[in-house]
Design a binder for this molecule. Structure first.
Ligand code: KG4
Ligand code: ZN
Length: 363
């Protein structure tokens, strides 16, 4: 299986500064440490991530987060075989901060540099957590990403579809804002939906009437707004109204994700994979009704379902270290010409996705 490699990974593409140490071989690696410094309080007053604030905070935090990751892994830079860093896609200032930090460490130590696609980091996480064999189907659902990927190899991805506008996490966040629930909105909407009646309001299931795996979530929040304003004409929102609106909204997202996943699964199973597996990643994968719907679908179709622990589903340095390990083990290296890329689709043959969410350009 080759000699175990030790990679430092650095992530700074959005609003989490991450650094981690991962050791092992492709498909058999361990997280020795993973440190994430969030920035939620810096952006809270603005209702979304402010790129300039994020970039400055990354530049200020990176050294300390890297030092903490090395410390808690019990290693020094001398023990590291290579330094992996997110080189895109994401908010350009943040990505640049990470790339500059990694280049500095590489020059200072003489250790090789490996640029990593942030989306590849998410997409390869099931290999880190479960040693999942290629090819598998990945559903990436977060505040900034939404796509189905067939993962054939560390750098071989086919995008089967994705959102044409908002990412689902973004839709949860906007729904929360409309209902005066706290940000990020997903957990609050889920909790509020718990006692709600999902059938009281009939929200649309966008794009279900069209073939393929593309999705759309922006119309849902407009429909929610309309229902909310209808209620507000008579009275202030009552707790039951809010719960019913949340339940209706969440059920619409569940229905869309379930149906589109079923379609993506058909395309994947047509390739006759030896151990069919669906993996999810991204913050929205924390949603219990969404997980339950996907688990039930997989059980019906005889497919394994894998959801990495939440800390590895959301943005983190370990996924970057691991994706870097896969590249490095395959002999890939970068040099000082490595540049930060705001857009960097994993599947260069797929048409570009539309839209640009609160967390920056979608790849
Ligand atoms: O992956 P993540 O931490 O950051 C990026 O977007 O990259 O995902 C955060 C998103 C937020 O939009 C948040 O509202 C959503 O994930 N989220 C959830 C839940 N927990 C977090 N959405 C629905 N249900 C949840 N329980
Ligand atoms: Zn991400």
């Amino acid at each position: 299986m080759g000699t175990p490699l030790t990679l430092l990974g650095i992530e700074s593409s959005c609003d989490d500064t991450g650094a981690a140490v991962v050791r092992g071989t492709p498909g058999a690696a361990q997280v020795l440490s993973s440190e994430v410094q969030g920035q939620a309080e810096l952006h809270a007053a603005f209702g979304g991530v402010v790129p300039e604030i994020a970039a400055r905070a990354h530049a200020e935090q990176l050294d300390q987060v890297v030092a903490r990751a090395l410390d808690s892994a019990g290693v020094t830079l001398q023990d590291i075989d290579a330094i992996a860093v997110t080189a895109g896609p994401g908010l350009i200032g943040g990505v640049l901060s990470g790339v500059m930090c990694a280049k500095g460490l590489s020059v200072a130590t003489g250790k090789p540099l490996v640029g990593v696609n942030h989306l590849a980091g998410h997409a390869l996480t099931p290999r880190l957590t479960d040693g999942t064999a290629f090819p598998y189907l990945m559903l990436l659902v977060s505040g900034g990403h939404c796509q189905f990927l067939l993962v054939h190899g560390p750098e071989q991805f086919t995008r089967l579809g994705g959102t044409i506008d908002d990412a689902p996490g973004e839709a949860f966040d906007k729904a929360a804002r409309l209902l005066a629930l706290p940000q990020p909105g997903g957990p609050g909407v889920e909790a509020c939906a718990h006692d709600g009646d999902a059938k009281r309001f009939r929200l649309p299931r966008p794009l279900l009437d069209r073939p393929g795996c593309d999705m759309s979530f922006s119309g849902l929040k407009t429909a929610l707004l309309r229902e909310r304003d209808g209620l507000l004409q008579d009275n202030a929102l009552r707790a039951t109204d809010r719960a019913d609106l949340c339940a209706a909204f969440q059920q619409a997202v569940v229905d869309v994700l379930r149906e589109k996943t079923a379609r993506a699964l058909d395309l994947y199973l047509a390739e006759a994979p030896a151990t069919p597996t669906i993996a999810v990643a991204g913050g929205v994968a924390a949603n219990t009704p969404i997980r339950n719907a996907l688990t039930a679908l997989c059980a019906e179709r005889g497919v394994q379902f894998t959801a990495p622990p939440l800390a590895l589903c959301t943005d983190n340095g370990a996924m970057i270290a691991y994706a870097g390990l896969e590249r490095f083990a395959a002999g890939q290296r970068d040099d000082m010409t490595l540049s930060a890329r705001p857009r960097w689709p994993l599947d260069k043959t797929a048409p570009a996705l539309l839209g640009s969410g609160k967390k920056g350009a979608k790849a």
